[in-house]
Design a protein around this ligand. Structure first.
Ligand SMILES: Nc1nc2c(ncn2[C@@H]2O[C@H](COP(=O)(O)OP(=O)(O)O)[C@@H](O)[C@H]2O)c(=O)[nH]1
Ligand SMILES: [Mg+2]
Ligand SMILES: [Zn+2]
Length: 303
């Protein structure tokens, strides 16, 4: 029996798994024997493998920090939620949903506000920037400002990525592929920069599948279209308040308060929103997301 090696799964090429160890050595491995179902290995997994009959074979998937279904990945440390100050303007519902996903999966959310070079053009863009800075920094979330045009903010972003596995998410057109290219040093031809509004399913070269790109110092980044318009598929609406840092230490008079249909006389969250201590717009988005999730849940049990 040859010795067991530990590595990370970075890609799946028609059933062949590309693995990378901590010294950036790459291996091509197959799945047989005791790791049975093909779906039991995700991109991002740490696996044990060895050589048998001239083939590298995955023997075991090590315990995961977390895993997602769409896209099917595991062991994500950071979710870099990308927005642009303009063209397109920020989608705050999507931003809040992504923060909820992070909180539920033990992923650190990082907000990357891109296209800061457009700030000079409009007053509206400046307002968006101030809003994000005020509300989301207060939630303890790191906010980074970048421009791939002016090459600004890249060092700050790289600092956050170092030694971690990070995924980029956000609406089409915010600059995910541009940033990824910038970070990888433009080496990867298969990352395509699209035009705002362009349909992603038209071109042959759009990033179709999940892949981890490796950098030095055990740093991995993921560029996948799968994150851009996902729904909160496995969030229970009853747990929603626990994913809001600003609600965490607040005790309402009504014990199981969801801060939605309860009266303001028993709901402290509602009071704090009225007093301007909790951001009103973020609260309104909370109510919107809550109602959507509840609607979905109600449908599940109706015939
Ligand atoms: N003004 C400006 N445009 C940018 C910036 N970053 C990306 N873009 C442009 O925005 C468009 C969408 O970029 P892309 O990287 O394909 O976005 P993705 O859909 O999120 O992957 C392209 O036309 C880019 O050239 C930036 O920092 N400033
Ligand atoms: Mg893209
Ligand atoms: Zn309440």
């Amino acid at each position: 029996m040859e010795k067991i090696i530990t590595a990370r799964v970075t890609e799946n090429l028609l059933g062949k798994y590309i693995l990378e160890d901590k010294n950036n050595n790459k291996y091509e491995a197959i799945l047989t024997g005791n790791v049975k179902s093909k779906n039991s290995v995700l991109i991002g997994d740490m696996v044990e493998f060895n050589k048998s009959y001239d083939k590298y074979t995955i023997r075991k998937v090590l315990p995961r920090k977390n895993s997602l279904i769409r896209p099917p990945v595991s062991n994500i440390d950071n979710l870099v939620i990308m927005l642009s100050v303009a063209s397109p303007s920020p989608d705050y519902i999507l931003l809040d949903k992504q923060i909820i996903l992070c909180k539920s999966k033990n992923i650190t959310p990082v907000i990357c506000v891109n296209k800061t070079d457009l700030l000079e053009n409009t007053e509206e863009a400046k307002e968006e920037l101030n809003y994000i800075m005020k509300v989301y920094t207060n939630l303890g979330i790191k906010v980074i400002y970048t421009s791939t045009v002016k090459k600004e903010g890249m060092d700050k972003l790289k600092e956050v990525l170092r030694g971690k596995v990070s995924a980029f998410s956000g609406n089409s057109g915010v600059g995910k592929s541009s940033i990824t290219k910038e970070i990888l040093g433009c080496k990867n031809e298969d990352i395509l920069i699209g035009k705002v509004g362009e349909k992603t399913n038209k071109g042959k070269h759009t990033t179709k599948y999940v892949k981890l790109y490796s950098l030095q110092d055990n740093t991995y980044i993921l560029d996948t279209p799968g994150f851009s318009s996902y729904e909160l598929y496995d969030i229970d609406y009853k747990n929603l308040p626990s994913y809001y840092p600003e609600f965490k230490d607040i005790k309402c008079d009504y014990e199981d308060c969801m801060h939605v249909n309860e009266d303001i006389s028993v709901c402290r969250v509602k009071k704090l929103v009225k007093e301007g201590i909790i951001d009103k717009k973020r609260y309104e988005r909370y109510v919107y997301i809550y109602n959507k999730l509840k609607e979905l849940d109600d449908k599940k049990y109706k015939r």
